[in-house]
Design a binder for this molecule. Structure first.
Ligand SMILES: [Zn+2]
Length: 381
């Protein structure tokens, strides 16, 4: 019985299995059927030559805005998936309880790639650009708990954006509401940080192991390093205890000076996510391969960046049993990446530029054994 598809001659980088070696990958019935040093082309109906390329689990982007048409930030993730290898997008709270059903029906259930989501503690989600917590009636704990409890197949946690222009005059209260909902559900909170208030110490004090701190390399006032460029004590303690540091690059949340200070101290983020949305997709963030390339040029290895865009985010959303791995028997979500050497310029959100010699490109994106077509039109931006 021949395999449906054979990816031949590549280097498999799958940190979930500690794998970083030349391997052929065979796919059958939408699942990973074999990973071997050599599999004959005669055993496969179709073979793709991926020599000189990396074969990784389908990338998992922990911070995406995928509610096209009904929220300020939303994009259509399918064209992005085909082009970038991000097979699983984790929506970071675009929908709240009031507009959840439209998100589920018209996006989660219709995309060709994969979509799961954090539910915003604000019932209006990110309908508007900001101020989703300015009216505390929207931060309805009972309604969020009910919605998440009815959608556990898709909802992986509770999102709260804590920023001077999201909270209105409500200080830390939205965090307390998110905490209450998440605790009632036994799910983690993803917390967005940026400009105080609320101050970072009040936010960190309310985070628990397994919660995600996104925008961890923000250059705004709530930055995680102090004036001596050392990681703050409270952040370090919470990190050691098990909170997850996630990049969430976006249009306002990746500062080269902060990222460089952290990497210099050997402090690498747990997850590298894009925060892709209408205002970051055209740069300076662009997409996942570009974001991973920035970290390669900061000194991280291909293995280290792939780990932070596959199994680590899969663990953060408690989906490591189904996502972020090429283990035999898994659904075949695969990215084929090429590392190109050259002279490249990258910019952070303040347009601080750095030159680099390495850039990753996605050459093939596969979901459940099916190759996604990068030429297919998506919804307009
Ligand atoms: Zn975001």
């Amino acid at each position: 019985m021949p395999y449906d598809l054979l990816l031949k001659g590549g280097t498999v980088v799958d940190p979930s299995q500690g794998l970083n070696a030349s391997r052929d990958v065979a796919i059958e019935n939408g699942r990973i059927a074999a990973i071997e040093p050599s599999i004959s082309t005669e055993d496969a109906k179709h073979t793709v030559d991926v020599s000189g390329r990396y074969v990784t689990p389908g990338l998992v982007d922990l911070h995406v805005h995928a509610y096209w048409g009904s929220t300020y930030w939303g994009i259509d993730v399918d064209p992005v998936a085909a082009r970038t290898g991000v097979i699983t997008s984790v929506d970071a709270g675009s929908a709240g309880a009031y507009n959840w059903r439209g998100f589920r029906r018209f996006h989660v259930e219709r995309v060709k790639s994969r979509l799961v989501a954090y539910l915003n503690i604000s019932s209006i989600g990110l309908t508007h650009q900001t101020y989703e917590h300015a009216n505390l009636y929207y931060d309805d704990v009972d309604l969020a708990v009910q919605t998440a409890a009815e959608n556990r197949d898709v909802i992986v946690g509770i999102k709260v954006r804590l920023d001077h222009n999201t909270i209105g005059h409500n200080g830390i209260v939205p965090m307390d509401r998110a905490r209450a909902a998440a605790d009632a559900l036994g799910l983690p909170v993803m917390v967005h940080i940026g400009v105080a208030p609320p101050p970072l110490q009040e936010i960190i004090a309310r985070m628990r192991p397994g919660d995600v701190l996104t925008h961890c390399f923000t250059g705004h006032t709530n930055r995680i390093i102090d004036k001596d460029e050392k990681i703050r004590d409270d952040v370090k303690r919470a990190w050691d205890a098990g909170i997850i540091l996630d990049v969430g690059h976006g249009a306002g949340s990746f500062s080269y000076p902060v990222a460089e200070a952290m990497v210099r101290q050997g402090l690498l983020p747990d997850c590298i996510s894009t925060d892709i949305h209408v205002a970051s997709i055209r740069g300076p963030m662009y997409d996942m391969p570009t974001t991973l390339s920035k970290f390669l040029n900061l000194g991280m290895s291909v293995y280290e960046v792939v780990e932070r865009a596959t199994i680590n985010p899969a663990r953060a959303i408690h989906r490591a049993d189904s996502l972020g791995s090429l283990e035999v028997g898994r659904e075949a979500d695969v990215a084929v990446l090429e590392l190109v050497e050259g002279d490249f310029e990258f910019k952070d959100v303040d347009l601080v530029a750095r030159r680099g010699t390495k850039r990753l490109y996605c050459r093939l994106a596969i979901k459940g054994g099916q190759i996604l077509d990068p030429e297919e039109d998506g919804l307009p931006l």
